[in-house]
Write a protein that binds this ligand. Sequence first.
Ligand SMILES: [Zn+2]
Ligand SMILES: [Zn+2]
Length: 233
Amino acid sequence: MTVEIKVLSSGSEGNAVWLSDGETVLLLDAGIRIQEIKEKLNFRLSEVAACLLTHGHGDHTKSADKVLRAGIDTYATEETWEGLGLDGHRKRVLKPMQEVVVGSWAVLPFPTQHIPGSVGFLLASKYGDKGIYITDSMYSRYTFEGLTFLLLETNYSRDILMENVKEGVIDRAYKSRVIKTHMGLETAKEFLRANDLSRVEQIHLVHLSVSNADPVRFKKEVQELTGIPVYVH
Ligand SMILES: [Zn+2]
Ligand SMILES: [Zn+2]
C-alpha cells in the first residue's frame, strides 16, 4: 500500500493536506473554509481520523474550530491552542519530540523555525511509508532517514525575492520577515541534499509565495537534483 496524498490547498491563501495509508486518514492543517475541505473530500470528512495543526496562523487553522466540532481529534501544541483559544473534548495537546499514535500512523512533532510552538511532523505508517511535513520554517534543524515522501515548503527563491525588492513589488522589511520565517528553494535543496532520499517516491513542494516563487522552475530544479517525481502546489 502506497501512501496517498492530496494537497487540498497550499500557500498563504490556506493550507490543508489529506493523507492516507489505506487505513487511517489524516488532515494536516485546516487553513481553508470547512465547506471547501468537505467539497474537496467529496463530503467524506467523517473518514478523517485526526487533524494535525502545525501552528496557529490563520492560513493553517481557519477551520480548526469546525473540525473540532465535527468530532475529529485535533492535535496542536499548547502554544497553538492558546493562540486559537479553542476548547472541546476532541482537543489533543502535542508536545514537541513526543510521538503520538493515530490509528496506523505514528506521528512525531518536531520544532520548526517559525513562531513559538510551531512544529513539523514525521509521519510513519505501520505499512512502511514514512514522510515529513515541513512548512513555515526558515530551515529544518533535523534530518531524516528512510523517508518515502516529503511535503516541503519552498516559499521563495532568493533571486526572485531580490528582484521584487529592486522593482518595488515588496519592501525590505517584508523581505527580511520572509527569509526569517519561511523556507526558500535554496534551503530546501540543501535540506534534500542532507537527507537520505534513497526510498523517496514523491516530493511535494508546498506553501509557494504568489509573487516570490516560480512553480515550473522549482519543480524542474528539485526534480533535476533528486531524480524523484516532484509535485508543486
Ligand atoms: Zn503559512
Ligand atoms: Zn505561518
